[in-house]
Design a protein around this ligand. Structure first.
Ligand code: SF4
Length: 343
């Protein structure tokens, strides 16, 4: 039996994931037909399955769309040429990209227009990296680690450094230091690209790691920030395991251990709760490292659609005095967990 179990805050859904899940839920409620979503809306197998069961089809290519499709672009960001292609084929197109990913796209565009060679640190083939690299493919170079940074041979001294938002800080920092060393005129954004949710979750689990024997990280294998949480703990010499369901616990020795549990930014909290219920520790402590208050509004196109729909209903049914609990004005109060439960 586990001795002390520390349930760590912040964990789980970030503001970008909250927004993307609610946006896709709204799309299902507004349009009574299949919604085509470019890439997994967020990297969590349970959430993807839930949307698939509710008439969302995930596609990897605009050519998979039928004519006049209703389309949503995922939270990870879409390369401009791909977005253009989707727009030219679809009837309605809503982009649920996280604003913090958009920030990196803007930086890539700006540095490229200023004539910089850009080194982008990210995971090859990850949706976010693919989208970002598509912003300025002629001037961007993707690397994953310090070795690749050493090997890269840029012709210019005018170099900028950008990153995927979900890297582990312990992987990012040596690359950043090496890049500063290799390129004395290196340009970087004023605030580095690792997002608040990534850094808060990593800092929280690192801060409690000294009290425990091992760490459980809840999330899918496709989730970069989940994997980064595991890496962050491994890099300070501690055991960490990524799990999705209770069956993943079978090979982990939890007997008489002190354990901390956290979750990646796309993992629903009921998955954490299932693990806690299964473990049945002798004692549970709630460790709150930071309170997050970030909120990202729904995509503009979707807000406009919802307002138009609401105005239409009001004009068609003037006698209706019932106000919607979950209208745009109350969006902050409607969580992604409630949205998923409403499907
Ligand atoms: S992990 Fe960070 S960048 Fe990714 S969706 Fe969440 S807030 Fe946005």
């Amino acid at each position: 039996m586990v001795n002390n179990l520390y349930v760590v805050t912040p964990r789980g859904f970030c503001a970008g994931v909250e927004m993307a899940i609610k946006a896709l839920t709204w799309m299902l409620k507004i349009y009574d037909e299949t919604i085509y979503c470019y890439h997994e809306i967020v990297h969590n197998d349970w959430i993807v399955k839930k949307f698939k069961e509710n008439n969302v089809k995930f596609v990897d290519n605009p050519h998979e769309l039928p004519d006049n499709a209703i389309v949503m672009l995922s939270a990870h960001g879409t390369a401009p040429n791909i977005e253009k292609e989707f727009k030219s084929i679809s009837l309605t197109n809503v982009n649920s990209v996280c604003p913090l990913v958009t920030k990196v796209h803007h930086e890539a565009k700006r540095f490229s227009e200023e004539g910089h060679e850009i080194i982008y640190v990210g995971h090859k083939d990850h949706d976010e990296a693919v989208g970002a690299m598509g912003v300025a493919p002629e001037s961007m170079n993707l690397i994953e680690n310090v070795d690749e940074l050493e090997e890269i041979d840029l012709k210019s001294d005018n170099v900028a450094l950008l990153a995927q938002t979900t890297l582990s800080m312990s992987d990012w920092e040596p690359i950043m230091l090496k890049a500063k060393d290799k390129y004395p005129n290196l340009k970087m954004p004023r605030k580095n690209d690792l997002c608040y949710a990534t850094t808060n979750r990593q800092e929280a689990i690192i801060n409690i790691a000294g009290e425990v024997d091992l760490v459980i990280v809840v999330g899918s294998s496709t989730s970069s920030n989940t994997n980064a949480l595991v890496t962050s703990i491994n890099n300070i010499g501690k055991e960490a395991y990524r799990v999705e369901t209770t069956s993943d616990l079978k090979n982990i020795n939890l007997e008489n251990k002190n354990v901390a549990i956290t979750a990646g930014a796309s993992a629903p909290d009921h998955m954490v709760q299932n693990i806690v219920d299964y473990i049945k520790p002798k004692n549970i402590e709630f460790y709150i490292d930071t309170d997050e208050t970030e909120y990202f509004p729904l995509p503009t196109e979707l807000r406009t659609n919802i307002k138009n729909l609401s105005n239409f209903i009001s004009s068609m049914f003037p006698e209706n005095t019932i106000k919607s609990e979950n209208g745009i004005k109350n969006d902050k109060r409607w969580s992604a967990t409630k949205a998923l439960a409403s499907l």
